[in-house]
Design a protein around this ligand. Sequence first.
Ligand code: MSP
Length: 501
Amino acid sequence: MDKKFYVTTPIYYINGSPHLGHAYTSIIADVMARAYQSLGSDVFFLTGTDEHGQKIAEAAADAHMDIQTFIDQRSGEFRKMNECLGISNLHFIRTSSATHEEVVTEIITTIYNKGDIYAGKYRGLYCVACEAYYTPDELLDGKHCKTHLTEVRELEEDTYFFKLSNFQQKLLEFYSANPDFILPKERASEILNRVKGGLDDLCITRTTFDWGIRFPFNEKHVLYVWVDALCNYISGLKESNTLHYNKYWPPNLHIVGKDISWFHTVIWPALLLSAGITPPHHILIHGWWTVEGEKMSKTRGNVIDPFEMSQKYGSDVFRFYLMYNAHISSDSNFSLLELKQQNNAILANNIGNLVSRVVTLLNQYCDGIIPIVGKLELEDERIIAIIKYTKKYTEALEEYNVRNALLDVIEKFSELNKYITREKPWDDFKNNNRESGEKTLALIAESIRFLSFCLDPFMPLKSQEMRSILGTKNLSFQFSFKNSEGSKVLTEKKILFVKLD
Ligand code: MSP
């Protein structure tokens, strides 16, 4: 486990409202941040909003709002999303902040002084939604953006270029020295092949609008929004505390969607190498979510709203559903029916039912007190060994595989369900075999207490609720009967996970 762990989400464009895609990236990052924290790392978790560029300027104009009011309001929605989903970021960076501007100016000045920036003219096809130039062969029928399906604009501008082409060799060397830089590994070959095919210099300033950071060497130019935005990973640290940059840089993990992998795996390390800054350790690229089999879009009216999901089903159920279906290397499909089925089968039946059964039995036969364990049988030792075995869980987290870590915990709950069915502690109490019945209940109670910590990063509210139902205040991340014996469980019946129709 890394001693310090600096994890980031992309900073979100604020021309629209937060949606499923933003929630997904932020929840993966939050799970990683919480998990690494609980496993003993010193964690810094950054998220924020990307507030410059033509797209935002046009959105503010369309909304007939002055730009400052517009960005404050829209950025505020993303902060609200974080609160609503239990995102535990330690800082929220806005690219309109003064510190951000200072940091970007400083980085660009360094790159300029290195001789990696030159003036020129650019003519090309621009997608405003991506804030990116494309060549005709990167477009649908040479005219439409593949991600947004909108028609690109032909632009011709005086501009400054970053000598990206000079970095081809350095990048290839960097990738080969850091074979885990691009994750999952399946994504790497496509990017490497593109880099091997040659890199065009990158146009890094614009003159046709002014909503951005001034290019320090020519006041008529503003910086290209992507160069501005990528620097948030540095400015966010510096803004949060003057000591944080030295403490946390370089990032352990940038989590990004597949559409923005090029910017993070090619442009970002090239800019950093030019500026003499160590690049991040890993870029985790995740697939996209479709909704009921279709691309999610405003025009289709199928945009999944994280606020609505949390309100209807609870933020932890929404978090659980996204992480349970987080097939990082491929796309995932959002289905309300599946959300309900998985809630019922896994959360309500597998986990919730077990908690409720044990608590009911403890109240019925043990005055609601978790008993002291006497003699253990072979079968008990076997189940304890399964519960205590956390290698699979920690290895999954080290590989940034949130789904596998979650599956490991769910499997352990299934094992406990099989165990209680086999042991039938209720029969023990009826047949005057108290010691055995007490042992079974205590074993399950301590297992649930222990597993609640493994669930914490995924469902911070529900796992806390589990512990409060068990009446345990013990926060140890070790399995030991001593942790829970003597605890007074909740007397009144509390349903942990409601079944959904
Ligand atoms: N502002 C840039 C990022 C700059 S980071 C230096 C940006 N913003 S975004 O708001 O458009 O997208 C942010 C993230 O949301 C991206 O990682 C993107 O992949 C993700 N998603 C947007 N729609 C998505 C889905 N339908 N499914 C999963 N993630 C998706 O790009």
